[in-house]
Ligand binder design. Sequence first.
Ligand SMILES: [Zn+2]
Length: 128
Amino acid sequence: MHEYTVVDELIGALVPRLCEHPGRVRAVVVRKGELRILSDHALVSAFEILARGTRLEGAELVVETVATVVSCAACGYRGSTGRLVEEGDHFSIPVLSCPRCGSEVRVDAGRELYVDHVTLSDDSPADG
Ligand SMILES: [Zn+2]
């Protein structure tokens, strides 16, 4: 599943950065653009499995969705897009054309996937 690859890379990048931060990791908050067709549920279960044996074990993965923002070179429109809801599917996919003039648009937001922040608990490890 694609979610496993994504989460594996995310954990691999995050763990080394936590070295200088003692304390237990309580939550990892990621921001996911709505154009990324990734299941939140699959991301969370991939995280639970892949975090085992790392500093992130037992932490909660919180997925926040970033709304799509497009800009149109033809008419200057900037904002959200219309949505195309696939029948019989759980996804509603933003339409990547200008809602004002129908031209092709540039995507400014909606394709990102990154760790926004990590919540650490205050309790430091016992010192001797
Ligand atoms: Zn336009």
